[in-house]
Design a protein around this ligand. Structure first.
Ligand code: AGP
Length: 600
């Protein structure tokens, strides 16, 4: 988490840094700071959001070189002392950092026993170590290199040595970092979105590399000091996609974009009526005897729907695993496993840890990501784009439905390659068009959903979503949406499992949302809803045309049974959104969270 930016060679350094930090605020927003150097140097830090930092900036805070940071606390509480940039040697060395230094205590005890620290962060220890190594070696470049040989963990560093204002020293391991190439000036950033207003030319920085960034050139080196040549790539981001436009929050905009994303996937993953996935991917899947889908949070929930799709269309067994549970202890694997990593950001550290392990074992892997140049996209054997466009709100919406739609394309293509009739007969392209129309139909019920969110969730501390099969998978995602932004404690539960213990939590007025789109289990879920209702629950039913009852609260348009999660999640996204608005909370930036989780 955390976002870092840097710029060198531009007199508008302060503006570029602040704008970049605003774009990176989704990565963490508990404190922020910038360092700018011109004729004088300025270090400004603040607890809270970028807006609070901006309010502290006076007109003289200007310079040609600077670095900035927006923080999601890992070591030390959010405070001005713990906010970045951190300094050492009386302010000579100034550092911003995204990542976690695992051996910070050892470094402190072994190398820095006599130093005084102002905060509690691992970053302050890193800048002190770099300062010490620089003073011992006589060169900042060498000092940084020596420090990197000692530091263990993840980092994207941007360092300024006040005595050398012609260079930003940069280093990367595991945390994302890009170099932005401007006209006569250069930049660094955690994510291309931060600098897309300045340039669309970016250079990848790989793990265990250092870069000396100057205004007119950059030198990439490995830790042995050897020069690495790498050309810029063009980032395909439309700056307009990053704006909220007339929407009050990104989340609502992103919910509304889902029909467009469905149509885009239907058009990009099909050539005419034929689904198109690279033959090498299908070959690797054909050779495998089991698929493992490994992810976190919303992406993990999409993975469960993926299991449903692969098992139905390809006849292949699928396991869905939580990255954080298997990164250091893989389960007993089949003879020929194939790993799929769905990840909106492509940067999630827990998921990357599993990818590192599968690479070590020589297992083929595929990343499904919304950020094509991301770490997971680069490091997996194969990668496929989600085509959802930038997702800024911390609560994932359009990336979830895009993941399911792309998993469906992949399952159809793999099923066809395996000669499975179910895949050949599945008219996915047409169905994705129906999904898009269905989503738009649900949007016409926004007023109703807003009112229902009010009726069911006002003053409630907890709620349940229940369903079976695909409806259970959606219930997990629906509950996550509700809890992460409205702070209502919500559980997504297998409807039939409630009576085995959890039903004890049902009391007078407890909201229980039932998802009923699966014909096989519809009557059973209705039975479970009656069980909770007779114990006082305030039940709400999302059903599907053909399975509906007159008293249901929302009836979804009919869709192929394999794709119902693409529709049933939409009212849940909107209910979470409206419940949050009604509580006057920040929908896009819920407390304690960050969009891209780059720590394990
Ligand atoms: C979803 O709303 C969350 N913000 C979170 O669960 C997210 O899906 C998870 O951190 C995984 O992120 P990724 O898709 O970028 O890997």
């Amino acid at each position: 988490m955390c976002g870092i930016v840097g710029v060198i060679g531009n007199p508008k350094a302060t503006n570029i840094l602040i704008h970049g930090l605003e774009r990176l605020e989704y990565r963490g927003y508990d404190s922020a700071g910038i360092y700018v150097q011109g004729e004088k140097s300025y270090l400004v830090k603040s607890v809270g959001r970028i807006a609070q930092l901006k309010a502290l900036l006076t007109p003289e805070v200007q310079g040609m070189i600077g670095i900035g940071h927006t923080r999601w606390a890992t070591h030390g509480k959010p405070s001005e002392e713990n906010a970045h940039p951190h300094t050492a040697d009386h302010g000579r060395f100034v550092l911003v950092h995204n990542g976690v230094i695992e051996n910070y205590q050892e470094i402190k005890d072994h190398y820095l026993a006599d130093d005084t620290f102002y905060g509690d962060t691992d970053t302050e220890i890193a800048v002190h170590l770099i300062a010490k190594m620089t003073l011992e070696s006589g060169s900042t470049e060498e000092g940084l290199r020596q420090a990197l040989k000692i530091i263990k963990g993840s980092y994207a560093f941007a360092l300024i040595d006040q005595e050398d204002p012609d260079t930003i020293y940069v280093a990367k391991n595991k945390s994302p970092l890009l170099l932005g190439v401007g006209a006569g000036y250069n930049m660094v950033c955690s994510d291309a979105m931060a600098m897309i207003n300045e340039t669309n030319q970016f250079v990848e920085i790989h793990d265990m590399e250092m870069v000396l960034v100057h205004a007119d050139r950059y030198e990439i080196k490995n830790l042995a000091g050897e020069i690495i040549r790498r050309l810029p790539f063009t980032a395909e981001i439309d700056a307009a996609d990053l704006e909220k436009g007339t929407y009050p929050f990104y989340m609502l905009k992103e919910i509304d974009e889902q029909p467009t994303v469905m149509r885009r996937i239907a058009s990009e993953y099909f050539a005419g009526e034929e689904v198109e996935v690279a033959p090498e991917i299908l070959e690797a899947m054909k050779e495998s005897d089991r698929i493992y889908i490994v992810a976190c949070g919303t992406s993990w929930h999409a993975g469960w729907v993926g299991k449903f799709l692969f098992e139905n269309l390809c006849d292949l067994p699928v396991e869905v695993l939580l990255s954080s549970e298997v990164g250091y202890r893989l389960p007993l694997l089949s003879q020929k496993p194939f790993f799929i990593f769905p990840s909106q950001s492509g940067e999630t550290a827990d998921t990357r840890q599993v990818l590192v392990e599968t690479k070590r074992l020589g297992i083929p892997s595929l990343t499904l990501t919304n950020v094509p140049g991301s770490t997971l996209a680069r490091e997996a054997t194969f990668s496929l784009p989600l085509l959802a466009g930038p997702e800024i709100a911390v609560a994932s919406t359009k990336a979830y439905t895009a993941q399911i739609a792309v998993l469906a394309c992949l399952a159809k293509a793999a099923g066809e390659a395996l000669g499975k009739a179910a895949a050949q007969d599945f008219d996915l392209k047409h169905q994705l068009g129906l999904v898009a129309n269905g989503m738009e139909e649900i949007f016409t019920e926004k007023d109703l959903l807003e009112q229902q969110a009010y009726n069911y969730l006002t003053d409630r501390r907890n709620a349940f979503y229940i369903g079976r099969g695909p409806d259970y998978y959606v219930s997990m995602e629906a509950a996550l949406k509700l809890k992460e932004i409205s702070y209502i404690q919500a559980e997504g539960f297998a409807a039939g499992e409630l009576k085995h213990g959890t039903i004890a939590l049902i009391e007078e007025g407890t909201p229980v949302f039932g998802v009923i789109t699966d014909a096989v289990t519809a009557s059973h879920t209705r039975g479970n809803l009656q069980e909770v209702e007779s114990r006082g629950a305030h039940t709400y039913v999302i059903s599907m045309k053909g399975l509906e009852k007159a008293e249901d609260n929302l009836v979804l348009p009919r869709i192929d049974p394999l794709l119902t999660p693409l529709l049933s999640v939409v009212p849940a996204q909107l209910i979470a959104y409206y419940a949050t608005i009604q509580r006057h909370l920040d929908v896009d930036k819920p407390r304690n969270l960050a969009k891209s989780v780059t720590v394990e």
